[in-house]
Ligand binder design. Sequence first.
Ligand SMILES: Nc1ncnc2c1ncn2[C@@H]1O[C@H](COP(=O)(O)OP(=O)(O)OP(=O)(O)O)[C@@H](O)[C@H]1O
Ligand SMILES: [Mg+2]
Length: 503
Amino acid sequence: MTIHDTRGMDTAADAILRIEDVTKTYGPVRALRGVSLEIRRGTIHGLLGENGAGKSTLVGIISGQNTPSSGRILMDGRPLDHVDVKAMEEAGVFLVTQEPMIIDNMTAAENLMLGIWPTQGGFVDWRKLRADAARMLAGSGIDGAALAGRLDAVARRKLNILRAMFSGGRVIILDEPTAALTVADRRVLFDFMRRLKAEGVTFIFISHYNDEILEICDAVSVLRDGNLAGGSENVAALSSEQLTELVLGRGLELFQRSRRDHAGKTPAVRLRAVVGTNLSIDALDIAPGEILGFTGLPGAGAKELARAIFGLHPAGGTIWLGGREGPLPANPRAAFDAGIAYLSDDRRKDGAVGQMSIGDNIALSSLPSRSRAGFIDRKAEASVVARYFGAMGVKAPSPDYAVDTLSGGNQQKVCLGRVLATNPRLLIVDEPTRGIDVGVKQDVLRIIDELSDTGVSVIIVSTDTDELVRAADRVCVFDHGSIKETLTGEDISVERLRASVQA
Ligand SMILES: Nc1ncnc2c1ncn2[C@@H]1O[C@H](COP(=O)(O)OP(=O)(O)OP(=O)(O)O)[C@@H](O)[C@H]1O
Ligand SMILES: [Mg+2]
């Protein structure tokens, strides 16, 4: 493990991008503090760091979305003076963001060609382009003629990545691209990246998953509190533990729940004859204090069942919960009243309210339970906010800050805090640690574990096998709308889960 040491390297010839002493401040927040680093041509360079470390801010600057407060960027040894998105895309630098930017009422193929800027005097062979686009899409399993608005989250993400590659990107920046991808999709993406790398394309790759960094990256740089904290030019020589230590500046004890066997207990939740679009479940019981994992390929039913229980996916059937039996909730309000809380994996759509403060967001959903006879208990509210702001380690000067000034992972923490604060009987969390750094991930799993100790039943919908292994007592693997296999005890392993999901 070495701190970036470029002395003695023939850097001028090697570096496609050089970041020199870049600083970025947002009022009192110093997001980047004099960061200097080099990205070598034709490499895959990992950018690592905890939530709020400054990764997205830095790549925002490199791609022309943000202006630095000071410092400069050199490409091919030449300093770039004015950088905006168009100028950087023309120079071949593309950013694929955490939230895909896709135009819904255009086809997939048209979206792919969005990045092609016809140059003045030059001309674009649209026919060839269209044929190329169709060929590229065919290889990715996306129907080029389909309206982009109809594509699912995974296809949209793939489309965005393909767009940058298709547009002749020389430097392609991927800000957490793999979060919504299956293992198979990830393999396709990585193969694609390797192929382009061999042709000389350079990548900057942001991820919170060690296994991905170790698999795909040649070099890494680590940001901590806006500073360049270290890095390595030889990722192949690192272990996962060393990588974690590089990111956190300390070792980390990985959380592992002492798995419980709930067989024979009187269930807290009983589901019967749940039938809906792509969903058909005869019976499923959940014990009090049980953590139940739902997993499967997209569309296999894991997410659909979770959403049906919260009144978000149309389905018939009965639920027995808290001593009462009735039809599945018709909407989230009814589900909430029955004591069910739900964290969506789509934090843009049903997530945090951006302009509101962190504190108000955390208090939002739990408001009804703490308002007695029409007025709100402010003291209780303040203590709930303080508790979850602290427990989740939200990185902001105070809970009064607006959520949309937070980094992606910190917004996710606020959403999770809000759901946990509602005191549910049944907690449903969809990809609870997606986008959350490796240190906080352990805290989140620990908080869910502690909640289950109080008797709350928990459903974790996840494609993160490591997360299921660490947190779940039992895992249901979904296929074609039904549960095809249920794993318990020692059978809950990464290998076993992967095999079952892909089978
Ligand atoms: N528009 C803004 N206004 C105020 N502060 C901001 C703004 N954008 C980012 N920040 C702050 O800058 C810091 C760095 O945020 P950034 O999004 O770069 O983190 P990150 O490393 O990408 O984290 P994550 O892993 O959570 O995505 C954070 O403290 C964040 O709150
Ligand atoms: Mg980010």
